[in-house]
Write a protein of this length. Structure first.
Length: 276
C-alpha cells in the first residue's frame, strides 16, 4: 500500500498474484484428481491409457490419415500434387453436386474407422467433441462462411431405438466450438430408409431419394442462409446430396458439407459402414 497526498493507493503485488494463480491451479488439479483416478483418459482409438482426454496413443497416431491440401475446391478430395487454383476433380466435373463444397478431416480407414464405429455403434459420444476439433481444422473456410449448423437427421423410429444421432453429436460440438447456431430440427428424414451398409452406389442414391424435407416451421431458420451440413462419414455422397437438395428446396441460400471422415474415390466398398 502506498500513500499519496494523504490517500492510500492499493498497488497489485505481482508476487502475491503469481502465488494466487498457483494456488488456484493446484486446487483445480486436486479437484480433478478423483475424476482422473476413477475415469482415466484413454486413447480415442484403442482405449489405452493416455495423458489427457481426446488424444491418440503413439501406436494409433501414425494410423490416422489427415486430409490435407491440395484438394478439389468442390469435393475436398486430395490431389497428389498442386494442380493450381480452381482445378476441379473428375468427380466434381462429371457429377456436379447440389452442395457448394465438401470437406472431411480424415480418411475413413484404420483408427478413424474405429472412432466412427465407436461413436455410432458403441455409444462413444465422448468422442464427438474431439472428432469435432479435427473437423474444425479441415473445415475452417466452410465454418467462416456458414450461418447455421445442421446435422443429417435420423428417422424418428431409428432415433427412438438408438436414443441419439451421431451426426447431431458432432454438429453440436462444432456449433459449440465455432459459436454458430445449431439447428437440429431444420430438416427431417421423412422416409424410413434402409441402412446404407451393403448397398451399391446407385442403390444408396435410390434409397435416400426424397427422404428429407424442411418442415414449414423451420424454413425461417435456413431461408437465404448458408447452411453447414454435418455428418460422420462421406462415402458416396448420396445422403448429403439428398440433404442438400432438400435444404435448397426449403429456401437455403447455399449448402456446404463437413464430415469427420471420407471414403476416397476408388476406395468405396459396398460393405463400408456409412450414414444410415
Amino acid at each position: 500500500m502506498l500513500w499519496w497526498r494523504g490517500v492510500s493507493l492499493h498497488v497489485a503485488d505481482p508476487v502475491h498474484k503469481i502465488k494466487t494463480i498457483a494456488i488456484k491451479d493446484t486446487a483445480r488439479q486436486a479437484l480433478g484428481w478423483p475424476a482422473r483416478m476413477l475415469f482415466p483418459p484413454v486413447c480415442a482409438g484403442c482405449r489405452r491409457h493416455v495423458s489427457q482426454p481426446g488424444v491418440l496413443c503413439g501406436a494409433c497416431w501414425p494410423k490416422l490419415r489427415l486430409l490435407e491440401k491440395p484438394w478439389c475446391p468442390v469435393m475436398g478430395t486430395p490431389f497428389t500434387h498442386d494442380m493450381g487454383d480452381g482445378f476441379l476433380s473428375a468427380e466434381a466435373i462429371a457429377d456436379p453436386p447440389p452442395f457448394e463444397r465438401a470437406r472431411a478431416a480424415v480418411v475413413y480407414s484404420g483408427v478413424a474407422r474405429q472412432m466412427v464405429q465407436g461413436l455410432k455403434y458403441q455409444d462413444r459420444t465422448d468422442l464427438a467433441p474431439w472428432m469435432a476439433r479435427w473437423m474444425m481444422r479441415a473445415g475452417a473456410e466452410l465454418i467462416a462462411d456458414a450461418d447455421v449448423v445442421v446435422p443429417v437427421p435420423l428417422h424418428w423410429r431409428r432415433f427412438f431405438r438408438r436414443q441419439f444421432n451421431q451426426s447431431a453429436e458432432l454438429a453440436r460440438a462444432v456449433s459449440t466450438l465455432s459459436g454458430l447456431p445449431f439447428s437440429p430440427a431444420a430438416i427431417r428424414r421423412v422416409k424410413l430408409t434402409r441402412q446404407q451398409v451393403g448397398l451399391e452406389r446407385h442403390e444408396r442414391e435410390e434409397n435416400v431419394r426424397a427422404a428429407f424435407r424442411v418442415p414449414p416451421e423451420a424454413e425461417i431458420d435456413i431461408a437465404g442462409r448458408r447452411v453447414l451440413v454435418i455428418d460422420d462419414v462421406f462415402t458416396t455422397g448420396a445422403t448429403v446430396r439428398a440433404v442438400a437438395k432438400a435444404l435448397k428446396k426449403g429456401g437455403a441460400g447455399a449448402v456446404d458439407v463437413l464430415t469427420f471422415a471420407r471414403v476416397l474415390p476408388g476406395d468405396f466398398r459396398a460393405d463400408e459402414s456409412a450414414t444410415i
